[in-house]
Design a protein around this ligand. Structure first.
Ligand code: ZN
Length: 355
């Protein structure tokens, strides 16, 4: 569920200080997750029954099927050995740092023992960012493809170079200027068989699709779009810069590449690229959000609505690196040092849900 019109200081923390005061213990975090997942009270995940009893270990017992369920069952927090307070801090950093955080920064800031644990936490957070049934792009939408990857500065000696991936990009163009939302997905190739499904998945029929003259987009009008074709050859003949034809997708592409090289130091393996693109899109589409704390709330809302992503599933192929990439972003001291030890002024269970 999505909370309508959340209020800072009431539904989500407005500052790191407030965050620390709200989520000092795992019980505080459970309260908050319960409030997000079951705003009108417990719902049995097995049978859907709405009456249950809270047991001593904070799980619920269903009044109909007698099943036991915790609020984290079926979410990314299920069966994790990491304390919820650490999960929440990772989520807070993930949401409040404008450009996100690397696994190395999270490991250092939260004093997590292994790089792999920090990496897997961030990867689980990324795995929930695409809301099932999210709306497609509308209006005027620029579509193009670009190659991403191929350079992995983090890899040392004798290891294989990363492969380039072809990525489809679609971005809403606003009048008179400015960008709306974007979408990015890895494509098998630049053929019609790859490009048409990409457009159909991410752009609402009725939209005007701006592309270059590439034949892979031919026939897109039969899927319900108006296609406006910008030909590089025609631009050259007119004396215009052919690279300025689709300025908006190119801007998004360069922002995404810069972000991968900056926050993640280019250490993204092709097998995991899509989830990093999902994170980039999530951030890009919330770039004007009035509060980073609100982004934290939105990530947790998505997290309690998802099936768990198990570490095993993440590392099917290939394995995450044992060690952090070379180089390293200076990231200051852990926020835990700044956390006030004030008494809790707030309980999630006290809150009403808006909307
Ligand atoms: Zn039940």
């Amino acid at each position: 569920m999505t909370l309508v019109k959340p209020v800072g200081g009431r539904h989500y923390p407005r500052s790191t200080g407030e965050f620390g005061a709200w989520f000092a213990t795992d019980a505080d975090c459970l309260d908050y997750l319960e409030w997000l997942r079951w705003p009108e009270g417990f719902v049995c995940p097995r049978c859907g029954h709405r009456v249950g009893w809270r047991m001593a270990d904070r799980r619920f017992r269903c009044g109909a099927c007698d099943g036991r369920a915790s609020v984290t069952a079926g979410t990314i927090f299920d069966k994790t050995r990491t304390p919820l307070t650490v999960w929440f801090m990772a989520c807070w950093l993930f949401a409040t740092q404008k450009d996100g955080v690397s696994a190395q920064s999270v490991q250092r800031a939260l004093e997590i023992g292994s790089y792999q644990t920090a990496w897997a936490m961030l990867h689980r957070l990324r795995s929930v960012l695409v809301r099932p049934g999210r709306e497609r792009l509308t209006g005027t939408v620029e579509v193009d493809e670009t190659f991403i990857g191929g350079e992995e500065p983090g890899l040392r000696g004798g290891r294989a170079k990363g492969k380039k991936s072809l990525v489809g990009i679609a971005v809403e163009v606003k009048e008179p200027r400015g960008l709306g939302r974007c979408r990015m997905a890895i494509l098998a190739d630049g053929s019609t068989a790859s490009l048409h499904p990409f457009v159909a998945a991410h752009v609402e029929p009725g939209a005007t699709v701006l592309t270059d003259a590439w034949q892979g987009y031919s026939g897109i009008d039969k899927l319900g779009y108006s296609r406006l074709r910008h030909s590089q050859r025609a631009a050259r003949l007119r004396g215009d810069d052919p690279f300025a034809l689709l300025p908006n997708v190119h801007r998004v592409a360069s922002l995404a590449k810069r972000w991968l090289l900056g926050t993640h130091q280019g250490s993204v393996q092709p097998a995991h690229l899509q989830s990093y693109l999902d994170e980039f899109v999530f951030r890009f589409n919330r770039r004007t959000s009035r509060s980073r704390g609100l982004v934290f709330l939105r990530v947790l809302e998505l997290a309690v609505a998802h099936d768990p992503v198990r570490y095993r599933d993440l590392i099917l192929n290939p394995e995450p690196k044992k060690n952090p990439p070379a180089g390293g972003a200076g990231w200051g001291h852990p926020p835990s040092l700044e956390r006030p030890r004030a008494p809790r002024p707030w309980r999630a269970a006290d809150l009403d849900h808006a909307g």
